[in-house]
Ligand binder design. Structure first.
Ligand code: SF4
Length: 69
């Protein structure tokens, strides 16, 4: 599973980190970044996919995009 984030769409609501704390983190302004990378896309390991899917579903602005690989 490939996950992309679109910081321009993020409204800093914090939900994605509640759902997938091992994947998402925030800048000082609360805008989404990946926890382990400064890239805008990342391959999500199997054990985190369910959490990442929950974050994707909760994101109110569709700032998270998921793609099956
Ligand atoms: S759930 Fe969406 S809008 Fe909220 S912090 Fe995460 S990426 Fe940003």
């Amino acid at each position: 599973m490939l996950c992309q984030i679109i910081p321009e769409k993020c409204i800093a609501c914090g939900l994605c980190q509640v759902k997938a704390p091992n994947i998402f983190d925030y800048t000082d302004d609360g805008i989404v970044i990946f926890k382990d990378s400064d890239q805008l896309e990342q391959t999500i390991p199997e054990k985190e996919q369910e959490h990442c899917l929950a974050a994707y579903q909760k994101c109110p602005t569709r700032a998270i995009i998921l793609q099956k690989k």
